[in-house]
Design a binder for this molecule. Structure first.
Ligand SMILES: [Cu+2]
Length: 138
């Protein structure tokens, strides 16, 4: 095989690898807007994750998040406190149970949330992966 053809083959392979890596890049879940003007999203909660964990919502429209915990013993929570985002949310999510929050984001930006629980002598749930991002867009 000629060197030129081999080079093209390698370039095509490289493009495919880059394209698949790009498409596998996790993007946020766009929270659906209901007819009544409320953005609603179900979130699965377990030890130690929120699914989806990256939410994209529109600014100045109310958001309702419905949490369903499949955790047997551990209680979790959803905490999003951001001064610049004007958000101050703290919601308990008891084991094997549901919870709901409603708020209206008023400032565009990306804000981190997490579960702030920690068992004695162990890592925090946040350190174990219970983190996420609320992305507020126009
Ligand atoms: Cu937790």
């Amino acid at each position: 095989m000629k060197a030129g053809a081999r080079l093209i083959q390698i370039l095509i392979l490289l493009c495919l690898v880059i394209a698949s890596a790009w498409s596998a890049e996790p993007r946020g879940a766009i929270v659906p807007l209901d007819r009544d003007g409320v953005q609603r999203q179900d979130i699965a909660v377990d030890s130690y994750f929120f699914t989806p964990s990256h939410l994209i919502v529109k600014v100045d429209l109310p958001v309702e998040l419905f949490f369903t915990s499949a955790a047997w013993l551990l209680s979790h929570n959803f905490v999003l406190k951001s001064l610049e985002g004007g958000l101050d949310i703290e919601q308990e999510i008891p084991a094997w149970s549901t919870a709901k929050i409603r708020f209206t984001p008023t400032r565009v930006g990306a804000y981190s949330f997490s579960c702030t629980k920690r068992l004695p002598f162990s890592s925090s749930h946040e350190e174990l992966g219970m983190v996420g991002t609320l992305e507020v867009v126009r």
